[in-house]
Design a protein around this ligand. Structure first.
Ligand SMILES: Nc1ncnc2c1ncn2[C@@H]1O[C@H](COP(=O)(O)OP(=O)(O)OP(=O)(O)O)[C@@H](O)[C@H]1O
Ligand SMILES: [Mg+2]
Length: 314
C-alpha cells in the first residue's frame, strides 16, 4: 500500500516542523517538508494550472501542518546581523521589496491550496490576528469574551488617564514578540514616556492570578494546564517552571473553543488568567502555537493528537 503523504510547512532548522516530521514518519506516513526558508534562493515553488513545489505536483497531499512561515522584516532579521557581521544596508529597499513579493507568493500558494479544500493546521490568513493584537482583543470582546481593560496608544496624556482607571498597569508590544512587563517608577518618568513618540504600546490592567494555557484543536480542548512562574510573563523562563493539569468549568471550556473559532484557528493556544476571585479573562489566542515544551512538562500529547488529526484529514 502506498503511504499517505502529509505536508509540513517550515524549515529544516525549525524545531516544531522537524519534531512533527519525525513523529509522523514514525506513524508510517511520508512527509514532504516544504522549506520556505530557502525560497526563492534554492527551492522552487510555482503557481500555474497546478501548484507545484520543487517542480512537482503535490495533489496527493490533503493535510498540512504549518510550523512556521519565514518572513524577514526590517534589517534586524538579516543573516549578517544574526552572525554578528557588519551589514551593508545599501540594498535595503530591494531586499524589502523582494521580501514583500516572497510573502505575497507564499501566502497565495498556501491560500490556493486551501481553496482546493486541503486542510491546514493552522489557516495562515488568520495569523494576522496574532499581530493585530488590539483588533483581536476587540473581536473577542465583541463576542462576549472577557479581556483585560486595555489602552493602546502613543499618547502620554491618555496613558496617564488610564493609570488612574486601573490598579496596576502592564505593557506589551502591539504586534507581540516581546515580553510583557509591569510599569515601573522608571517607566513613568517623562524621559521614558517620551519614547511613545517612536511607537504605540499596549497597556493593560494587570490581572492577578494563575496563567492557564488551553490548547484547542478542531473545536476540542486537547490540553489545559496552569503554568506557575514567579515572572509576570512566564516565557521569561526558557521552559515552564512548574505546570499542573486543571479541569475548567464547562462554560470556560466553551469560551476557549469560541475564542479559537472567532479568530478562525483550528489549532490555537488560548492564554487565560484565572483571577483570585475565580473569574476567567482571556489574554489572547495564539495560532499554531508551540507545544513541544508543554508536552514535555505536562505529559500531555498535543503533538500526537495533532499528528492523528493530520492523518485523519490526509
Ligand atoms: N494583562 C495582563 N495581566 C497579567 N499578566 C499578563 C497580562 N497580559 C499578559 N500577561 C502575561 O504575559 C504573558 C504574555 O502575554 P501575551 O501573550 O498577551 O503577550 P504578547 O506580547 O501578546 O505575546 P506574543 O509574543 O505571544 O505575541 C501572558 O501569558 C501572561 O503571563
Ligand atoms: Mg502571546
Amino acid at each position: 500500500m502506498i503511504k499517505k503523504r502529509i505536508g509540513i510547512i517550515g524549515g529544516f532548522a525549525e524545531k516544531q516542523s522537524m519534531y512533527m516530521k519525525e513523529l509522523l514518519e514514525s506513524m508510517n506516513v511520508n512527509v514532504l517538508l516544504i522549506d520556505t526558508v530557502s525560497f526563492p534562493e534554492s527551492v522552487s515553488f510555482s503557481i500555474g494550472d497546478k501548484l507545484k513545489y520543487q517542480n512537482e505536483e503535490i495533489e496527493d497531499i490533503k493535510s498540512f501542518y504549518v510550523g512556521a512561515i519565514y518572513s524577514s522584516g526590517p534589517p534586524y532579521y538579516l543573516p549578517e546581523v544574526k552572525e554578528g557581521k557588519p551589514i551593508d544596508l545599501d540594498g535595503w529597499y530591494s531586499n524589502y521589496t523582494s521580501e514583500r513579493e516572497r510573502m505575497a507568493f507564499i501566502g497565495s500558494w498556501i491560500g490556493m491550496l486551501e481553496l482546493e479544500g486541503r486542510v491546514f493546521v493552522d489557516n495562515i490568513f488568520n495569523w494576522k490576528l496574532h499581530h493585530y493584537k488590539p483588533y483581536q482583543l476587540a473581536l473577542l470582546k465583541k463576542h462576549g469574551i472577557p479581556v483585560p481593560k486595555t489602552l493602546v496608544t502613543n499618547s502620554k496624556t491618555e496613558l496617564l488617564k488610564f493609570r488612574k482607571e486601573v490598579k496596576e498597569v502592564i505593557y506589551k508590544a502591539v504586534a507581540g514578540g516581546s515580553f510583557c512587563r509591569k510599569m515601573t517608577d522608571h517607566d513613568w518618568t517623562t524621559e521614558r514616556l517620551d519614547k511613545l513618540k517612536y511607537a504605540p504600546v499596549i497597556f493593560q490592567d494587570y490581572i492577578d492570578g494563575d496563567n492557564i494555557r488551553v490548547y484547542v484543536l478542531d473545536h476540542k480542548i486537547i490540553s489545559c494546564n496552569v503554568i506557575y512562574t514567579d515572572e509576570l510573563d512566564y516565557r521569561m523562563h526558557s521552559k515552564p517552571q512548574h505546570t499542573e493539569h486543571i479541569s475548567l468549568p464547562e462554560d470556560i471550556k466553551e469560551m476557549c473553543i469560541k475564542a479559537a473559532d472567532i479568530c478562525g484557528h483550528n489549532f490555537a493556544a488560548i492564554d487565560v488568567k484565572k483571577t483570585t476571585n475565580n473569574k476567567y479573562v482571556v489574554l489572547e489566542a495564539t495560532p499554531s502555537p508551540m507545544f513541544i515544551g508543554i508536552d514535555h512538562c505536562t505529559g500531555d500529547n498535543i503533538s500526537g493528537q495533532l499528528a492523528e488529526y493530520l492523518i485523519k484529514n490526509g
